[in-house]
Ligand binder design. Structure first.
Ligand code: LLP
Length: 365
């Protein structure tokens, strides 16, 4: 099938990661001007980049028009109007796809479901056709495609098929009105195995796409993030203290929720393995960080034989880990190292405390 994989940069936007994808010929899915700047800095092709997100600013629109991106995935009538005006002002025409909300349940965590009608994302299914008709008459807009993204960490094919059928049906109805779309973008969302999930077999996903696109003219775009990078990364952390207690035993490590927010935010489960396992009897540990929040845990109830100084690998930290990190509690972020066979490359130096307040000022004296 004619297709373009647009890696969702939000999962991990380190320049070295973007560089690897760019060298492989990948496109990108971005959600901010910042991500666009990263893609460009890493040598990615704006002409293979789609811009998603519900709140694009006028400045971001101008930046993306100047860069010559492949498509804006427009999420509301108000955004369409702003984009038309910004494009006309800068003497350009904005390539547009509408992100349609197909109202299907992806059966994943509520915080990462996006394709239900109560979600803030996308254009209501029934509003899509009238909006396409309106867009055709706008001088600053060139209609190129249609787009969905129903959620993340999806392990079931059925909602994908249902959502794809719904947008392909819209594409057919548009074609019936003489509007032939160039591409259909099915978004990202392919789940991985953190614990005991059964991820979608990618061959089954591909077979479904072949079946859905058989005989169609539109190019297929997809926007996977997690599936491409999650399992390629670990977070390394060292045990600082062991603190056995009356109710629970705590292993206090030097990484925290500011480094890996997923357990605190989604109650997400990440595997934790000692880098050099010990052979003594295990105890049950809460793996927690130094941050002053009870939600500051990386893992709960893990049976491990631990000693202070042990190095632990927190698994599947390649996606939405560093990307969602913060400096809460004035904690400088960890270094990032990319391993390529026998070689290791420092791709982000460890932050210093001085980095954290370099942009701040005290009041005049
Ligand atoms: N396209 C759009 C429009 C998206 O909003 C997303 C993710 C993707 C593609 C990529 O989805 P993926 O293939 O990575 O599932 N922080 C959460 C995940 C949030 C996903 C947001 N959108 C987590 O750590 O689980």
């Amino acid at each position: 099938l004619p297709h373009l994989v647009c890696y969702a940069a939000k999962a991990n936007a380190n320049l070295a990661v973007l560089d690897v994808f760019a060298r492989l010929g990948s496109g990108f899915d971005i959600v901010s001007g910042g991500e666009l700047a990263r893609v460009v800095a890493a040598g990615g092709d704006p002409g293979k980049t789609v811009f998603s997100g519900v709140g694009k600013s006028a400045a971001e629109m101008r930046q993306a028009l100047d860069a010559g991106i492949l498509c804006f995935n427009v999420e509301s009538a108000a955004e369409l109007e702003r984009l038309d005006a910004v494009a006309r002002e800068s003497g350009r025409v904005a390539p547009v796809s509408f992100r349609v909300n197909p109202d299907v349940d992806p059966k994943t965590h509520p915080y990462i479901s996006t394709g239900l009608k109560e979600n803030k994302f996308g254009i209501a299914y029934d509003d899509a056709l009238p909006l396409y008709r309106q867009a055709r008459g706008m001088r600053g807009i060139a209609v190129r495609g249609i787009d969905i993204h129903i959620g993340s960490q999806i392990t079931d094919l059925a909602p994908y098929r249902e959502a794809a059928r719904k947008v392909l049906d819209l594409a057919d109805r548009l074609a019936g009105e003489g509007l032939h779309l160039e591409h259909v973008d099915l978004g990202g969302g392919l789940g991985i195995r953190y614990r005991d999930e059964t991820p979608l077999p990618v061959a089954g996903y591909a077979a479904m796409l072949r079946e859905l696109f058989a005989g169609r003219r539109e190019k297929l775009l997809i926007e996977p993030g997690r599936w491409l990078v999650a399992e390629a990364g670990v977070l390394l952390t060292r045990v600082e203290y062991l603190k056995p207690g009356p109710a629970k035993h705590f292993a206090i490590v030097d990484a925290a929720m500011n480094d890996l927010l997923r357990p605190a935010l989604y109650d997400a489960w990440h595997g934790v393995d000692p880098v050099r396992p010990r052979s003594g009897p295990p105890a049950r540990w809460e793996i927690v960080g130094p941050v002053c929040e009870s939600a500051d845990f990386l893992a709960r109830g893990r049976d491990l034989d631990l000693a202070p100084g042990d190095l632990l690998a927190v698994r599947a930290a390649g996606a939405y880990a560093m990307a969602m990190s913060s400096n809460y509690n004035a904690r400088p972020r960890a270094a990032e190292v990319m391993v390529d066979g026998e070689r290791a490359h420092l791709v982000r130096r460890r932050e210093t405390v001085a980095d954290l307040y370099a942009a701040e000022a005290t009041l005049p004296r």
